[in-house]
Design a binder for this molecule. Structure first.
Ligand code: 8YV
Length: 319
């Protein structure tokens, strides 16, 4: 008998759906109208042994508590900050994620955002489309990257991949994280120091309680009116209200953001600002990476139900 799994969220490629449909009885919460979801969970919950979910959706304690037979949560994403380990760990429920396979594409998006912001690509695109070029409307020149300092917040796999790319643009790299990384880049003494010493601050650290709102008003002021914030990590790391105020008041130069505090809602104040580049959480959203992520998440489920070691298990808080 095929095990029953509950699928939360969306964003994986059809090929992954085919594998899941072949191997499991799939209950898809995203296919159910919001008003009917409670009754749907009530009906399927007794049989559910696995959850397949996204990095953003994760699983909260309330839902986990309703799944008495839950054995494994396979996250289609590297970030596990939306997973309620407190509810899962005491029950011995396993959690897996999809590290490594998305590193290069997420780093590519970070650099794309940085370039889009520094070279003002969206503004120039709007300029041409609006006929402002033909109308000879004035244009503000961009800023070049060579000799500028990129400050990486969180020098993990993605942070390092961003740093390597930016080195090739002639930028100097610095970083900050709690522990000293094994690398040749200088570590700033604190996060405000890194912001002060950088032209571009690129947020690459994991989400969760330890990093919540770490990019606060002080950090943004330290980055300053010539500085740019790039965030491809989690919206929770940035105090979004402080970011909006800093941008509106010209205390921060620009921002390029792929992630937000309350996705998919992006504050109107951010959407109205001209010095902001916005993308809808798409760091890993390429055919190749989403295929690799989906297959890895499915491989974790498969290994679990076959009694084999999990390819990419995440150890919970109490492990
Ligand atoms: C995805 C992510 O948006 O890996 C993560 O942590 O946030 C992203 O890659 C998401 O998990 C896709 O399902």
């Amino acid at each position: 008998m095929r095990p029953e799994i509950l699928l939360l969220g969306s964003g994986w490629v059809p090929q992954v759906d085919k594998v899941l449909e072949r191997d499991y009885v799939c209950h898809r919460l995203a296919a159910v109208a919001p008003a009917d979801r409670d009754a749907f969970i009530e009906r399927v919950a007794p049989g559910v042994r696995g959850v397949f979910t996204t990095g953003v959706t994760g699983i909260d304690a309330a839902l986990a508590d309703r799944l008495p037979k839950l054995e494994i949560v396979a996250v289609h994403g590297v970030g596990v900050d939306a997973v309620a380990f407190d509810a899962l760990d005491p029950r011995g429920i396993l959690v897996t994620n999809t590290p490594d396979v998305l590193t290069e594409d997420v780093a590519d998006l970070a650099v794309s955002l940085l370039l889009a912001s520094s070279r003002r690509i969206p503004q120039l695109d709007r300029h041409v489309r609006a006929g402002d070029w033909e109308a000879k409307k004035p244009l503000q020149p961009a800023r070049s990257l060579r000799g500028k300092v990129a400050g990486i917040v969180g020098l993990g796999r993605i942070g390092r991949a961003v740093a390597t790319r930016l080195e090739s643009f002639g930028m100097a790299i610095r970083y900050f994280q709690r522990s000293t990384a094994d690398c040749l880049y200088p570590r700033s003494a604190s996060l405000p120091d890194l912001a002060r010493e950088s032209d571009y601050l690129i947020v690459c650290a994991p989400g969760g309680a330890a990093t919540r709102a770490m990019i606060d008003a002080d950090v943004l002021d330290a980055l300053g009116p010539e500085g740019t914030l790039v965030n491809i990590a989690r919206g929770s790391l940035v105090d979004e209200a402080a970011l909006i105020a800093a941008l509106q008041e010209g205390r921060l130069g620009a921002a390029a953001l792929d992630v937000f505090a309350d996705e998919p809602r992006v504050p109107a104040a951010l959407r109205e600002l001209d010095n902001v580049v916005l993308t809808p959480h798409v760091g890993s959203f390429t055919v190749e990476t989403r295929t690799a992520m989906g297959m890895l998440a499915a491989a974790n489920l498969e290994a679990h139900f076959a009694g084999k070691p999990l390819p990419t298990r995440v150890l919970g808080a109490s492990a």
